[in-house]
Design a protein around this ligand. Sequence first.
Ligand SMILES: [Zn+2]
Length: 91
Amino acid sequence: MSELKLCQGPACHTYTTKDRLKGPAGSKTYQTRRRSSMYYGKGNFCSMQCYNDWAEEFSDRAIDHFGRLTEPKHLTEDNAWVKQYDWDRNY
Ligand SMILES: [Zn+2]
């Protein structure tokens, strides 16, 4: 069995769904979701909401850390992922 990962959403525990309510009877608390696999943000977030919460809080810092785009990129033949050709469609 693969290891459980915690959702990285900063507000995950504040969404009061039943599956987040964990702990011994009588002292249950809403907790960050833990799952073996998650589908958002490269498997780091349990929902689009948590992904957005993270982006809202950390995007600026993350972009500044990894390099903010200051000029538009240009699509050229050298950096294109795919090349599209205009075929003559004569069937
Ligand atoms: Zn979450």
